[in-house]
Structure formats: structure tokens, C-alpha cells
Design a protein around this ligand. Structure first.
Ligand code: AR6
Length: 176
């Protein structure tokens, strides 16, 4: 699924983010930036130990923020490590923090001249964010960002399983 927003293509695919050929891929990390399970584990396994070596020097990352390393053995030159919120009840700034980690990832991409970037469904696994809600926030935040900033030409959401892909697809269709 694809949509053109200004000079940027917004795309949804089902797949594995470690295999993407975008200049940057985004990791759904935790505040330590020292690795974990899910997509984080997959990225460190596929990219090799140099990513963790760089992460150790970053001193962690606040929820809602992101930090960048190189991509090690990945096709992507860069990994942007974003920390989404753990979902509790929706009343602990979860929507704001989720939107913020997408925006911060895109700001960092622009600062590094990155023109193509792939995102996973941040917070939709171990952090238990309700997927329909997360999909709306992710897509509307990214769409608003690319409408108001020039420079990024491709944003691809890479959804691992069918259920997550379907939820993002519904939010994508509803995007204004
Ligand atoms: N490619 C794309 N998406 C993937 C992949 C992959 N290779 N593997 C899993 N997903 P999660 P979170 C999907 O749990 O909820 C880690 O331990 C997965 O199906 O990876 O933000 C970190 O260290 C789900 O839809 O991230 C943190 O401690 C989505 O990626 C914590 O988990 C996110 O699931 C972060 O939790």
C-alpha cells in the first residue's frame, strides 16, 4: 500500500525490518539501549555487535526520544533507536510519548540527511499498546511531519504479522 504526501511516499508492507534497504531503520528499543527481545533482538542479531558497542556510549534514552547508531552488517546504513511508552491505561501520556518517538526519529533522520526510513510498530509488542490506537497515532504523526518538512522521500512501515498489518492498513485508509 502506498500514498504520496508532497514529495514523500508513505508505504506499508508486511515483513522483517532487518531486511529493508532504506537508508535507516528504526528500532523499538528500551531506555537502556542495551538490547532486548522482539524487533530489538532481531536488529542486533542481524546487524552484529558493533551496534551494541555504539549504543553503550549513548547513555540510554528517555521514553519518547530516539538516538542513532550506524547499521553494522545491515543493508541500512543507520539504525535509529526509538523508545516507545509501555502501555498502562492510556492515561499516562502514552499517546503523546508514542507520537514523540516517531517525530524524534524523523528529526534525527533529517539531521543526518537520511531520505528513506523504515519503522516497525513501536510499542505494539512487549509494550502492549492497543494496535488500532497505535496505528492511528503512528500514521497521523508521520503524515503530519512529512507534510511540514521537506527532505524525506520514503517512509515505510514494516509490520511483522498480519494482524498488525491489517490494523495499520485500516488506519492508512482512514488517513486524511
Ligand atoms: N521486523 C519488524 N517488526 C518486528 C520484527 C521484525 N524483525 N520482530 C518483531 N516485530 P516489540 P515494543 C514487531 O516487542 O512493544 C524489546 O525487548 C512485533 O511483532 O519488538 O516497542 C525492547 O528491548 C511488534 O508488532 O517492541 C523493549 O524492551 C512490534 O515489532 C521492548 O521490547 C514491536 O514489538 C519494546 O517493546
Amino acid at each position: 500500500m502506498k500514498k504520496q504526501i508532497g514529495n514523500c511516499t508513505l508505504e506499508l508492507v508486511q515483513g522483517d525490518i532487518t531486511q529493508q534497504d532504506t537508508e535507516a531503520i528504526v528500532n523499538a528499543a528500551n531506555r537502556t539501549l542495551l538490547g532486548g527481545g522482539g524487533v530489538d533482538g532481531a536488529i542486533h542479531r542481524a546487524g552484529g555487535p558493533s551496534i551494541l558497542e555504539e549504543c553503550r556510549k549513548l547513555g540510554g534514552c528517555e521514553t519518547g526520544d530516539a538516538k542513532i547508531t550506524t547499521g553494522g552488517n545491515l543493508k541500512a546504513k543507520w539504525v535509529i533507536h526509538a523508545v516507545g511508552p509501555v502501555y498502562r491505561d492510556g492515561k499516562h501520556r502514552e499517546p503523546e510519548l508514542l507520537a514523540s518517538c516517531y517525530r524524534r526519529s524523523l528529526e534525527i533522520a533529517l539531521e543526518h540527511g537520511i531520505k528513506s526510513i523504515a519503522f516497525p510498530a513501536i510499542s505494539c509488542g512487549a509494550y502492549r499498546y492497543p494496535i488500532d490506537e497505535a496505528a492511528k497515532i503512528a500514521l497521523s504523526t508521520v503524515a503530519n511531519f512529512i507534510r511540514s518538512h521537506d527532505g524525506i522521500e520514503l517512509v515505510r512501515f514494516v509490520l511483522f504479522d498480519r494482524k498488525t498489518f491489517d490494523a495499520y492498513a485500516a488506519a492508512f485508509e482512514a488517513l486524511e
